[in-house]
Structures are given as C-alpha cells and as structure tokens.
Design a protein around this ligand. Structure first.
Ligand SMILES: C[S@@+](CC[C@H](N)C(=O)[O-])C[C@H]1O[C@@H](n2cnc3c(N)ncnc32)[C@H](O)[C@@H]1O
Length: 255
C-alpha cells in the first residue's frame, strides 16, 4: 500500500497529519476501511473519498475514534476531583481548564459537574476542543444514551440531566460552563494560562515524537503548579524531562 501517497493526499484534502499517528495501527485500520468498501489500492480508495461524502465522513470517524463516556475510569476522576479541591482551588477561586480531544463532550461536562459540586461560586472556564467538527456539534447538543452516563450517580443524573425518551440531555447550567472549539493538537497553536489540562485517550494513537511535542506544549500552556490529567493507559514515564512532577498515577504537576 502506498501509505505515503495517501498521507499526502489526506493532508491536502483534510489538513490532517497522518504521519503523527502510529504507523502499524494506521496501516491496519486503513486496510480494514478499504476492505469494507471493497477496494485494494489507496488510489481506488481516494477516488471513492473524492466522490462520496458518506465515505468521507466514515473515513474521518474511523480515523478519529471518538468513543467516550462520562467519568471514564471513575476512580481516577475521583482522584482528579480531590486534587482540584486540595491543589487548585486553594490558590485560585476561578479555574481555567482545557479538555483537549474532548470527543462527544462527556469529559468536559464531567469536569463541569465536579466544579459545580466543589466550587459552585467560581467563575470557571472550560475550553473543550477536538479535531472533528461533527463530533463537536454533537457535544454542543449534550444528548447522551444510557451507556454513556453509566458512571454518573442516580442523584447526579437527576440533578444534571433531563430524560427525553431514551436520551439524557445535559442541563443548561452545565452546558453554559463549557465552550467548544475546533482544534488540532498537532497543527494548531495552544492557548496558555491553564490551571488544568485534561487530555485522555488520544495520544495513544500518536507516535512518540509527536507525543513528546504535545507534552512540551501542554507544559508551556499550564500555569506553574497547574495539573495535566492523562488517560488510564497513558502514564508519562519521562515526565521530569518535560518539567512535570507526579502528583498521582495519572496526574502531573508543572514544577
Ligand atoms: C477516544 S476519543 C477520547 C475522548 C475523551 N478524551 C475520553 O478520554 O473519553 C479521541 C478523540 O481525539 C480526537 N482527535 C484525534 N486526533 C486529534 C488531533 N490531532 N487533535 C485533536 N483531537 C484529535 C478524536 O476526534 C476523538 O474525538
């Protein structure tokens, strides 16, 4: 397969840098996508993507893998809640938070619920970004199915959601705490002055050079003492190199 040719075409067409993604995984995923539409070469696949809007969307969905849920790995979120209370709020009543690669919005809304509980009077801002504009539209609507809210307690479902048929819609108070914006972690500039950056279950798809670049930029984007919260399979082994110290298994503090 002429992967290089395909990467160049994808970059020109979608401004997505596939070279940042782990090559074997990408290759495997692409082969599976191509076999689903019954083609054997990237040239044929590109022809389909040029003509068929549905297939373009399928390709983007497949590449961006946007599975998510509220309080993903609940015990780790509990730890985060604790750290927000003990490390961030004592220094600052109004927190600036970034949920990077937020997918359907379950992650930034989970954080909004935590803030509503631990610091309801603060003037917090939560920026939620993703490369995929279709998923951001869904995130803005704030509609979820039962499996996506399985880690939310019965009380909090009552407090923060309205059930409409088989959908659960996040209430306006929580929605108003989150601002969604399209952002590519590889190609776009990063805002600064964050108290907390949450970036989970996306860097696993990137090669190690790109991953290191992203950690350096997160470090620059955080305030001193700010926290970086990563996914449950994404421990940063060389965190000291980037200027972090470990505050718990999946939370790092900017020194
Ligand atoms: C598996 S989801 C993670 C969602 C959420 N953070 C969580 O842990 O539940 C990965 C998300 O990363 C996004 N993504 C992939 N490449 C990206 C990039 N280069 N920049 C920003 N987001 C990206 C995808 O669109 C997808 O929504």
């Amino acid at each position: 397969m002429d992967l290089e040719y395909f990467k160049q075409w994808v970059y020109k067409e979608f401004r997505i840098n596939l070279s940042a993604y782990k090559e074997t995984q990408l290759h495997r995923r692409l082969l599976s996508l191509m076999s689903r539409v019954g083609v054997n070469s990237v040239e044929e696949y590109i022809d389909i993507l040029k003509k068929d809007a549905d297939q373009r969307q399928k390709f983007l969905d497949f590449i961006t893998i946007n599975v998510s849920e509220f309080f993903r790995n609940p015990e780790i979120f509990y730890d985060l809640k604790n750290k927000i209370g003990t490390e961030l709020l004592p220094n600052n009543k109004n927190l600036k938070i970034w949920s990077a690669a937020c997918s359907v919005g379950a992650e930034p809304y989970s954080i909004a619920m935590i803030l509503d509980e631990v610091a309801p009077n603060g003037n917090h801002s939560i920026l939620a970004t993703d490369i995929d504009s279709t998923i951001l539209q869904r995130a803005q609507k704030g509609e979820y199915v039962e499996s996506e809210i399985k880690n939310v307690s019965k009380n909090d479902i009552k407090k923060y959601f309205t059930q409409i048929g088989d959908k659960y819609v996040v209430n306006n108070k929580i929605k108003s705490m989150v601002k969604f914006k399209k952002h590519d972690l590889i190609l776009d500039n990063y805002e600064s002055n964050f108290d907390l950056i949450v970036c989970r279950n996306v860097v696993i798809y990137f090669n190690s050079d790109i991953k290191d670049e992203i950690y350096k930029k997160f470090h620059a984007s955080l305030k001193k003492g700010g926290l970086l919260f990563v996914g449950a399979t994404e421990s940063i082994y060389n965190y000291k190199e980037f200027g972090f110290e470990k505050t718990s298994t999946f939370i790092y503090r900017k020194v």
